[in-house]
Design a protein around this ligand. Structure first.
Ligand code: AMP
Ligand code: MG
Length: 341
């Protein structure tokens, strides 16, 4: 891991370069609609091991396998329940990952030792083109150092991965800004939400019926020590900037009062935007709508780190729709430190 990391463009020539590196078993940073991914050939064990090394990721935290064509899915999984077909029809290509029983061809390094594999069919045109030209499927976790906020621009990837990977494809800012929705299926074929994302709980309920979607424990609360996790990613502290993050739930008056009593050097507030007029303390805004908040959340956490923040007080987002994903990520960034005002 001592590369002179090259920044590639989305020109056809550069996409060829990226695909060539992937075919050689190298790791490349690529844009997707959710966040930047750290991609390698999902079937090449040593290439996949290099992803874990570059990120410093625990080996039992499985990687999502990205396919370039829908028909490719049966190369990697044995079966798809009825509700998986319905979700695929409604939300693929797009920011949805489905955990399904894997075929032997998918190495255990990729699946984190599990007999299932998370599959995603992304909509981002560059991501799709890179996958196609790589001639395989790509394992791609978020392209950040394990634990830190996910990267939503090529600059973020470079800041975490400089020297650790040979190349990054710069496709501009990611539109969604939070990682994909992850679901599995229970023994009755119901959808189990493991990680909220842009495809919301409500979106999935509208397709398969509310009675057929359940939310795994751990999405909006901390799992008790020793509790069996349904999705390994749930047990790790995640998305954290260097600063300590605290989520404050309550109206703006109470928020201001709380920060006023706790203000000091390196204390920053994360506001929505419309609530920031005349605000007397250092702050950054992460958006008024859930879509904006998803798009900006990780970038703002990184910006506040750069500004030298030691403590961040964040306004608690609305949890409906994609807001649930914003809340879930913020909660993990805060190590579940929430104050109800
Ligand atoms: P990341 O690659 O950082 O977006 O994280 C992917 C997350 O998807 C993991 O942390 C897991 O929580 C989840 N995941 C991926 N594959 C599986 C699987 N086979 N079973 C359960 N959860 C999975
Ligand atoms: Mg990640």
């Amino acid at each position: 891991m001592n590369y002179d990391t090259q920044m590639l463009s989305i020109s056809s020539e550069d996409i060829d370069k990226a695909a060539m590196l992937l075919r050689e078993g190298k790791v490349v940073g690529i844009p997707t609609e959710t966040v930047y991914g750290l991609a390698a050939d999902a079937l090449n064990e040593s290439a996949v091991r290099d992803i874990f090394k570059a990120k410093g990721r625990p080996a039992d935290n499985p990687l999502i396998v990205h396919i370039g064509e829908l028909d490719d899915i049966y190369k990697y999984i044995t079966e798809m329940p009825e509700n998986a077909h319905r979700l695929a029809e409604a939300f693929w290509p797009g920011p949805l990952t489905m955990v399904l029983p894997k075929k032997d061809i998918v190495p255990y390094v990729t699946s984190g030792g599990l007999d299932t594999v998370g599959i995603r069919f992304p909509v981002h045109p560059t991501a799709r083109e890179i996958i196609r030209r790589s001639g395989s499927a790509l394992a791609a976790p978020s392209a950040n150092l394990s634990g830190s906020p996910s990267p939503t621009s090529a600059k973020h990837v470079l800041s975490d991965m400089n020297g650790r990977i040979p190349a990054i494809v710069n496709g501009g800012e990611c539109t969604v800004g939070v990682e994909s929705t992850v679901v599995s299926f229970d023994e009755r074929g119901r959808v189990v939400l493991l990680r909220p994302g842009f495809v919301s709980l409500e979106d999935m309920q509208s397709i398969v019926g509310a009675e057929n979607v359940i939310c795994a424990k751990g999405v909006t609360e901390e799992l008790p020590d020793g509790e069996r996790v349904m999705s390994p990613g749930m047990k790790y502290k995640h998305y954290s900037p260097k600063a300590n993050v605290t989520v404050l739930c309550g109206d703006m008056d109470k928020f201001t009062e709380y920060v006023s009593a706790h203000s000091g050097d390196g204390v920053y507030s994360m506001l929505f935007g419309a609530d920031s007029e005349g605000y007397p303390f250092p702050f950054a805004c992460y958006g008024d709508t859930a879509d904006e908040q998803a798009h900006r959340l990780f970038a703002v956490l990184r910006e506040l780190d750069e500004a030298g923040a030691r403590q961040i007080y964040a306004r608690c987002p609305d949890r409906r729709g994609v807001g649930l994903a914003v809340y879930n990520r913020l909660l993990r960034a805060a190590g579940f430190e929430v104050v109800n005002l």
